[in-house]
Design a protein around this ligand. Structure first.
Ligand code: MSP
Length: 686
């Protein structure tokens, strides 16, 4: 890479029809982690986010709230910006489509398309989905939108049309020549199939409402909100401006290297957007990456479904890094992933408080205690053992593997690799027992102790640098405690074994991830309930200094630092390995059940309500398998259920147990567990 090579990454711009939720935070966090890594690698990085403020959907939400669209957009946009600031998102610019610089860009694009002969006037009569701001050619009057299921509305108006049909061949050629243009592969195939099925010209103006950017020379029309929105990626970096510095900026950063989007807006980004750019003679973005959805209670988190969780609840209780780590580690990037408060707390305690937190505090506390806080000199010869070299080898391999995986957007796998190094070092400490070696008096023992602690500290340094883009606040603190100063100045390209300065003074050793106690889940749930009660006004972002301080979850106050202080001796190896004992397993009561009744849950496209006979009783279960199984196909089928789960409510229905299914393929399609031989109802699995 040339020094200073540019990297331009964007999030979608978020509709201001409703307040931000964790789904929006997810995309933004993913981009933030990627941007931070690129900066650490020396790229001249530009990270753009912002809000999409025009269109019928926003206009209607404003009317419902009794506000003007502009005032409404101002309020919601500032909630997004406030949340991103609170989350310490490292965006370089935040564009609002109501800004004059954006209006200039939209009108410039419209003019160019017109001049090049790709715009004509016509009449659109057909269906329109306001929720997706999408023309739905395929649906008849009254039909639901094939994308989101919301009712479509019949529209008949004079519009400007873009000659999309002229671009089918060129688009297909572009996809073929640039296999990385659309990722992942499944989405690429979807787009290719869509284009091959034929492209119709696209209406790019509306004339029956006013909330938008006027069409140049024809102010009775406003520009279609998607044409308006997409050009934000260019207008934010100077497109449409007459100012020379802006034009230079545009030339420097455009084309974007990555447009990160949710999978539902792939068509806009991979068909319409490249066609607009081709028509305007502008270069195409290098890649569009579509991630999956964050599900809550088994379906896509969204305002319409009313199953929203806000980022604030997790941040208030566990801190920014807990949310970031959870989302990047738990959701297989590209696939859908489920969010639950329990899972966030479990991940936080297991991976952050236990694995990384213990490694850092044990290693650093022992260096402080036994070497007066100076990084000890490892022995090159006598006090060296093969296990020391194994850690070194694994750390070197981790640098390579983590980098490859992360740069290919296998984010959760990259983190797995990093945590596997953490696990090995924790195990190494357990096996080498430095606290016992420290009690011996011999010179060789002292050298052995130095080698063990140096090895652990150096591996800790490497893993800290690698995962810094994912958990920036806590790794910044660990880096400081290692005596290395400001982590963001570290040049990740040079990361190798042996850079920890020998004799270097450690900083003050303090716990970084205090354990979250049992009340954490309840507190988050309660905050969520309070935030979602309609009487609560939109929560303003907490001013800096209020609520949880960065990296200092609220649980710390409840527990005191002692909770997270390094244990004098090592925890059991099983905890470090993340393995459970047979007793743990036996706590789970798995039973064979037979489905007696099944039906769809109203308003939740993924959920089925089941009545399952488990021998002793018939249980009601709510399961997220409706996309894979019809209710009829399940009646009489024998299934495996977890019988001793605490009941929980989904869509107001109590679910008393969980049905066991494999999660297959990238989409995580559920496949029910079953038996080849016949088994009696109620039989226990062990
Ligand atoms: N305004 C358009 C995008 C225009 S880009 C030129 C839009 N906005 S949106 O607010 O509805 O959604 C924007 C993005 O938010 C999605 O593409 C996705 O990245 C993210 N998400 C919204 N809900 C989500 C989940 N439940 N899960 C994961 N991401 C989600 O579409």
């Amino acid at each position: 890479m040339d020094k200073g090579q540019k990297f331009y990454i964007t999030t979608p711009i978020y509709y201001v029809n409703a307040r931000p939720h964790i789904g929006h935070a997810y995309t933004t966090i993913v981009c933030d982690a990627i941007a931070r890594r690129k900066r650490m690698l020396g790229y001249d990085t530009f990270f753009l986010t912002g809000t999409d403020e025009h269109g019928q959907k926003v206009e209607r939400s404003a009317t419902d709230a009794g506000k003007t669209p502009k005032l409404f957009a101002d309020e919601i946009s500032s909630l997004y910006r406030g949340l991103f600031d609170r989350m310490k998102i490292s965006y370089d610019d935040f564009i609002r489509t109501t800004e004059p610089r954006h209006q200039r860009g939209v009108q410039e694009l419209f003019r160019r398309l017109k001049v090049k002969g790709f715009i004509d006037k016509g009449t659109y009569t057909g269906q329109y989905c306001v929720s997706d701001e999408l023309y739905v050619d395929s649906a008849g009057p009254g039909a639901p939108c094939p994308e989101c299921g919301n009712p479509t509305e019949t529209v008949s108006e004079e519009n400007y049309f873009f000659k999309l049909s002229a671009f089918a061949e060129k688009l297909l050629e572009h996809y073929q020549k640039n296999p990385n243009f659309i990722r992942p592969e499944t989405r690429r195939n979807e787009v290719i199939a869509f284009v091959k099925s034929g492209l119709r010209d696209l209406s790019i103006s509306r004339s029956t409402f006013k909330w938008g950017i006027p069409v140049p020379r024809d102010p009775n029309h406003i520009v279609y909100v998607w044409l308006d929105a997409l050009i934000n990626y260019c207008s934010a970096i100077g497109f449409g401006s007459k100012n020379e510095a802006d034009q230079k900026k545009f030339e420097h950063y455009w084309p974007a290297d990555v447009h990160m989007i949710g999978k539902e807006i792939i068509r806009f980004h991979c068909v319409y957007w490249p066609a607009f750019l081709m028509a305007a003679d502008l270069p195409l973005p290098k890649s569009v990456i579509a991630h999956g959805w964050l599900l809550f209670e088994e379906s896509k988190m969204s305002k319409t479904r009313g199953n929203i969780v806000r980022a604030d609840s997790v941040i208030d209780v566990l801190g920014n890094d807990a949310l970031r780590y959870f989302l990047l580690r738990e959701v297989v990037f590209g696939s859908d992933g489920s969010f639950s408060f329990d899972a966030v707390v479990q991940r936080y305690n297991a991976d952050l408080a236990n694995d990384l937190g213990n490694l850092a505090s044990r290693t650093l506390t022992m260096i402080t205690r036994y070497f007066n806080g100076s990084v000890p000199y490892p022995s090159p010869t006598v006090a060296r053992k093969p296990s020391d070299d194994q850690i070194k080898e694994q750390a070197l391999a981790t640098i390579t593997e983590f980098s490859q995986l992360f740069d290919e957007y296998h984010l959760s796998r990259a983190l797995e690799v990093a945590w596997s190094l953490i696990g090995s070092v924790n195990k190494y400490l357990v096996e080498q027992e430095p606290w016992i070696v420290a009690e011996k008096e011999g010179e060789e023992d002292r050298a052995r102790l130095a080698t063990i602690l140096y090895t652990a500290a150096e591996a800790l340094r490497i893993v800290t640098a690698l995962v810094h883009p994912v958990i920036p606040e806590s790794t910044g603190r660990i880096w400081n405690q290692l005596g290395l100063g400001e982590i963001s100045r570290f040049d990740l390209k040079d990361l190798k074994w042996g850079q920890l300065p020998l004799g270097g003074k450690l900083g003050k050793v303090e716990p970084v991830f205090p354990r979250a106690d049992k009340s954490a889940v309840e507190r988050m749930q309660q905050m969520e309930q309070e935030r979602s009660t309609p009487s609560t006004p939109p929560s303003s972002p907490a001013p800096a200094g209020e609520g949880a301080r960065p990296g200092q979850p609220a649980t710390q106050a409840a527990h005191g630092p002692a909770e997270a202080a390094p244990p004098p001796a090592a925890p059991a190896a099983s905890a470090a390995d993340n393995k459970i004992t047979i007793d743990d397993f036996l706590k789970v009561e798995l039973r064979v059940g037979q489905v007696k009744f099944a039906e769809k849950v109203k308003g939740a496209d993924r959920l089925l309500r089941l009545e399952v006979d488990i021998g002793t009783e018939v249980r009601q279960l709510v399961a997220g398998i409706a996309l894979a199984y019809t209710p009829e196909s399940l009646i009489g089928r024998k299934v495996v259920i977890v019988a001793n789960l605490q009941p929980r409510k989904l869509r107001g229905l109590e679910s008393n147990g969980m049905i066991v299914a494999a999660s297959a393929g990238e989409e995580g399609k559920p496949v029910l567990a079953g038996f080849l031989e016949d088994v009696p109802i109620g039989a226990k699995l062990k």
